[in-house]
Ligand binder design. Structure first.
Ligand code: SF4
Length: 332
């Protein structure tokens, strides 16, 4: 459905580059919710922009490709590649941006925002017919029709987020991308938004990509997930396996930092900060923070290793030749 082949993307900082995404390789399958997790600044949101073809200066794709494989109405196959994916916005791929509070036009009623965004796809219908369809869709999503007459400032943060999800999914796209859909919302509203996204996906049986720094969000809603660190994807696999049996030291630390019901002990944070993406270190980028780092880690980048059914991670400790060596070069 959506394939990323060794994609690298960077910001041109007038003479230097910030390599926000570095050789990222994965695919999002039909009828699944794929999560992308990691600390702030690890490149998650840039990756989502690259998938959506929202690549404008100073952002550029420096290598690799993004492809959407789908079908036309008549069933014939069609492929959209980066640089042309924007031609399929709304109908094939759509995007729920971060910060519902700020992305809506503050001086236009919600109705106007629907007409502006999707009116051109329904040019054979009158405004009245289109509005009736929008009302029916809002009702399916359990949203009151009255929101159409409201201005964004008259809606709560949660309602704005729901409206954005309704707008992004109205044309039943094959792929929906959502950037931090629950940020800045209280826990009850967060749960409502996640339930709404999950219901939409189950009904449309399409593919959804959710970017969130909140591991709890991934646990609740995603089927598979990838963990990003310093612009690279360092572990990818089924969400259940990642939570039950995380393989990369960084993933383990992210999961150990989560609060657990009935466990009042102090949670351990991850010491240190991620490296600068302007001049990232050689070898494993996590080495400066990894309690298991060895000399090899600072000298050589780890390769991706298969660690289970559909589960991959990049760490020297998981590589076959490391187990053959017996780990004798460990310098903890
Ligand atoms: Fe830690 Fe080395 Fe594995 Fe990197 S490669 S995560 S530094 S053990």
């Amino acid at each position: 459905m959506l394939k990323l082949k060794r994609v690298s993307a960077r910001y041109d900082m007038l003479g230097s580059y910030v390599q926000a995404v570095d050789r990222v390789d994965f695919e999002v399958r039909k009828n699944e919710i794929f999560g992308i997790a990691g600390e702030s600044g690890c490149g998650k949101s840039t990756l989502l922009k690259v998938m959506y073809d929202l690549v404008k200066y100073p952002l550029e794709i420096s290598s690799g490709s993004v492809e959407i494989h789908t079908e036309r109405k008549d069933g014939s196959p069609v492929v959209y590649r980066n640089g042309e994916i924007h031609k399929s916005w709304w109908k094939v791929i759509s995007y729920v941006p971060q910060g519902a509070m700020h992305v809506m036009n503050p001086v236009a009623r919600v109705k106007g925002q629907f007409f502006d965004a999707i009116g051109s796809y329904h040019d054979k219908k009158s405004k009245k017919q289109l509005q009736e369809e929008i009302v029916r869709y809002l009702q399916e999503l359990e949203l009151p029709a009255e929101v159409l007459d409201a201005y964004p400032h008259q809606l709560s943060g949660g309602m704005k987020q729901r409206v954005l999800i309704a707008l992004a999914t109205f044309l039943h796209p094959d792929i929906i991308l959502a950037d931090e859909p629950t940020t800045a919302l209280d826990v009850i509203v967060q749960r409502g938004i996640l339930t709404m996204l999950s219901r939409v996906q189950k009904k449309m049986k399409n593919s959804m990509v959710i970017v969130s720094h909140d591991m709890g969000v991934h646990y609740q809603i995603t089927n598979r997930m990838g963990i990003m660190y310093a612009g690279q994807l360092i572990e990818v696999g089924p969400t259940e396996q990642i939570f039950e049996n995380p393989q990369h030291p960084y993933t383990r630390m992210l999961i150990n930092a989560l609060p657990k019901v009935g466990d009042n002990s102090q949670r351990e944070g991850i010491p240190g900060t991620p490296p600068s993406l302007k001049n990232p270190p050689g070898g494993c980028r996590f080495a400066a923070r990894c309690p298991l780092a060895m000399d090899l880690c600072r000298a050589k980048e780890p390769a991706e290793t298969r660690v289970g059914e559909d589960h991959f991670a990049s760490c020297h400790l998981l590589e076959d030749d490391y187990s053959i060596r017996g780990g004798d070069s460990v310098a903890r």
